[in-house]
Ligand binder design. Sequence first.
Ligand SMILES: [Zn+2]
Length: 285
Amino acid sequence: MILRRLQQSLQRSTILRCPGCDTVIEFDSINMSEGVAACNQCRKLFRLSELNWNHRSREEVLQKKPSGCSLTPWGQSLVVIASTRSIPGFIGLLFFTLFWNGITSVFVAVAMAGLWVNFVGPLPDWFPAPGVKNGQPLVNNAPMGVGETLFLCLFLIPFVAIGTGMAIASLMALFGRVKVVIDELDSYVSTGIGFLSWKKHFDANSVETVRFTRPDWGESGKQPQAAIELLGDTPIQFGSILPNDRRQWLGAVLQKIFSDNTHDHSRPAPDDATIPIPHWLHSDR
Ligand SMILES: [Zn+2]
């Protein structure tokens, strides 16, 4: 069953590439019952989920830089940025956020009214809560008690949390970005908007492989999103929220930076000029 599905998807998506050297992997080199594939170029075995499923070569991906992406040398470091902006995504998220928070806010107003009445005093006239009579919020025609108020507050926590998450996701679709800083002393990937971002640190000199993760074939149904994975002392994953073309580009840039240095020092790549690889990177190898 799984084998047949694999075979079908292999035939459909045609070209698989080595995550290390980008060589196209022939159908003969794939052992489907073991779920592994061999790269004849670098003589390594890879799990099928680690292969790069792309009909375009790394060079082709690098030649067409998608909008919202940049690569900037910064002293002895490199800063690679891919924006998470997606206008259709933003519109969809904004619509859902307004809808969700519009409904939630009515209940929050009632909860606030309950808190005010029970702990402060009569409600001011302007307070925008439904069902208020004579400065007293009513539940089933009776004044709202402390217990009911506290229960409502607790009950609303997940709804408010989801609403807040949706609002942040909307902002991410407009202003968010994934920034990779490759620095001799402090390399990290930050995802988010300005100060509202989270960082994952890694050691640039320990990165050996950059690959795209794929849904694991073993577990049907569970399909984690594709992400970029840096494998080193501390493996990190990121970039699953990027649109596909920008994730492809970011991954290709990182593969270029990290794999060129590990494999072949003698033969400079023809487009070395476009990616200024810091001289300290892998200099000890
Ligand atoms: Zn290879």
